[in-house]
Unconditional design. Structure first.
Length: 236
């Protein structure tokens, strides 16, 4: 039966969320939350202490917690269009991603920052199709994806991924550029120097679940070795 409305504990109609989200909340309470009740209680009492921060795309097909099989409190994640890190700027304005990086590095003392890109990225595609006129993609998206311009210039001048298709090569280049931009933040450089914080680049394929990691020495993305994926029997 499809629910058309919900009621709060006081009996008032609760219509502020789609019903399928509230149905999902029901399942979460009775499955996910029950299994991790002690973890949630501990996190609520003592706060979060994740060792890893992930800069990921806001694409709904890419979920860092799912990809790395991490539970509550294990990843500090910031998501934006095309998983971009802007360069450090000491100016007024709304610097959401930069604020998250500052909190992750200085507030949580994370040990690792992972820039996680993915295949068929819409933000990368928009940049490639409108590189000469990025504002055609939208008032805010256009200004944001202009952050990819240095990556495109570097890729054109010194291509690393000569055998890859242009979309994939640009996805890789965007990750490399974000890692370079991370190094422009004084507190990131300080954390790497003083306490050994590390930066990583990774790329995920949505259809095959293939994960590739940036090799710091070769600057190329290499597939992570893993056991064969087990086949799941179709239920009748």
């Amino acid at each position: 039966m499809v629910r058309t409305c919900w009621r709060t504990q006081s009996g008032d109609l609760q219509l502020s969320l789609p019903t399928h989200l509230l149905d999902g909340y029901d399942r979460y309470l009775n499955k996910g939350f029950v299994r991790n009740r002690e973890t949630h209680e501990r996190l609520a009492l003592y706060g979060q202490t994740p060792e890893v921060m992930v800069v990921s795309c806001c694409d709904s097909r890419v979920t860092p917690e799912g990809i790395f099989n991490m539970g509550p409190g294990e990843l500090f994640v910031v998501r934006n269009v095309a998983n971009l890190v802007p360069p450090y700027e000491d100016t007024e304005g709304q610097h959401g991603t930069s604020a998250a990086i500052e909190f992750g590095v200085k507030g949580l003392n994370v040990k690792h920052i992972v820039v996680l890109g993915h295949g068929q990225c819409g933000g990368i595609k928009a940049f490639r199709e409108h590189a000469n006129a990025p504002m055609e993609t939208g008032q805010f998206i256009g200004r944001w994806i202009k952050l990819l311009e240095p990556a495109a210039i570097a890729m054109a001048c010194m291509p690393v991924d000569k055998a890859d298709d242009p979309q994939l090569a640009m996805e890789y280049a965007g990750i490399r550029q974000s890692l370079k931009n991370l190094m422009t933040f004084p507190f990131v450089e300080e954390a790497m120097r003083d306490r050994g914080m590390q930066l990583h680049g990774a790329w995920f394929d949505i259809g095959s679940a293939e994960l590739r990691v940036l090799n710091d020495r070769t600057e190329r993305f290499e597939e992570v070795a893993h056991p064969p994926i087990k086949a799941v029997a179709n239920s009748v």
